[in-house]
Design a protein around this ligand. Structure first.
Ligand code: AMP
Ligand code: MN
Ligand code: MN
Ligand code: MN
Length: 294
């Protein structure tokens, strides 16, 4: 177990809302100095076999990954799963159910945008979806940039697609309990993704962490591309307070859209237990001598 390992355990490919293939991500991660990698597509594990094969081919240690959308106290919370058996039937079925409502939601989002005069968004967004079963707000954002309505995807999420703005459609995702159960029963470890991004009160956040742990969750992202340095300090303390292992991941989506490059993150604070210390026997070691052991 190495707390300073360059682990990047959160990123997205064309299988969800990233712009690179699993193979391109593996090569990019390797060239950026990543030693342990996980591809964590939203609500989809269809890229796992490709990611694992590509990781092995370029000498990267690999953990299976997924980022599951959950509804908790009327907000969307993301739960990352790491080190599960990607062939687990209950996990695959749960994820398929979670993805199920996306097409209908996308149509409603497009209808709402049409009401403010922005037409053709469903078809436009679909062109960007590498996986038509996983049409997401990110694909809408790319279309709104392409049409010149916004200058970048950050502007899109400031003006559209978020609560109270045109194109936002409230959606009921998986239950927290189910997401944690799918991951843990498939042999994996559940992690609360980017906790600073939620708009919970202190009491609500306490409920999230307490219920998550009650269901068998064991980790929290501390160092992520979605956190400022101050937020990482805050959630390092939270990890210690709740006895959770800490994860590290860029949340990389695209070379042109992402602010954080693969692997380009501070190391985890030394007093924390890294999630990879609990996942030693779940890591697929690259067959090359050049790879660094976790
Ligand atoms: P969805 O699962 O369809 O609700 O889409 C969520 C995705 O949209 C996230 O995974 C991010 O990639 C992107 N996203 C959501 N909110 C923002 C935001 N405020 N800024 C940038 N990207 C965002
Ligand atoms: Mn995303
Ligand atoms: Mn997320
Ligand atoms: Mn993500």
């Amino acid at each position: 177990m190495n707390p300073t390992l360059n682990a990047d355990l959160h990123c997205h490919s064309v299988v969800s809302d990233g712009t690179l293939t699993p193979e391109e991500l593996a090569l990019r991660a390797k060239s950026q100095g990543v030693q342990l990698w996980a591809l964590t597509d939203h609500d989809e594990i269809g890229g796992q076999a490709r990611a694992a094969a590509a990781a092995a081919a370029c000498g990267l240690d690999y953990l299976t990954g997924v980022e599951i959308s959950v509804t908790f106290l009327h907000q969307t919370v993301h739960i990352v799963g790491l080190g599960f058996d990607a062939n687990n039937a209950a996990l695959a079925e749960g994820l398929q159910q979670t993805r199920g409502g996306r097409a209908q939601r996308a149509q409603e989002m497009a209808d709402d945008l049409a009401r403010v005069g922005i037409k053709g968004c469903f078809e436009g967004a679909l062109q960007y979806a590498g996986n038509p079963n996983l049409i997401s707000r990110t694909h809408f954002a790319r279309y709104l940039v392409e049409t010149g309505i916004c200058k970048d995807t950050y502007e899109v999420f400031r003006k559209y697609l978020t609560e109270g703005k045109p194109g936002f459609v409230e959606h009921r995702w998986a239950h927290l309990k189910d997401a944690v159960r799918w991951i843990t029963q498939a042999g994996g470890l559940a992690v609360i993704a980017h906790p600073a991004r939620y708009k919970f009160s202190a009491n609500e956040e306490m409920a999230l962490f307490t219920e998550f742990i009650g269901h068998g969750g064991q980790g929290v992202e501390v160092v992520t591309g979605s956190h400022s340095a101050a937020e990482s300090v805050t959630y390092a303390a939270t990890a210690l307070e709740f006895g959770l292992a800490a994860s590290r991941g860029s949340d990389f989506h695209s070379p042109t859209e992402s602010r954080t490059e693969l692997g380009a993150l501070p190391v985890l604070p030394g007093e924390l237990t890294p999630v990879w210390a609990l996942l030693e026997d779940r890591i697929t070691r690259a067959p090359r001598a050049a790879s660094t052991r976790a």
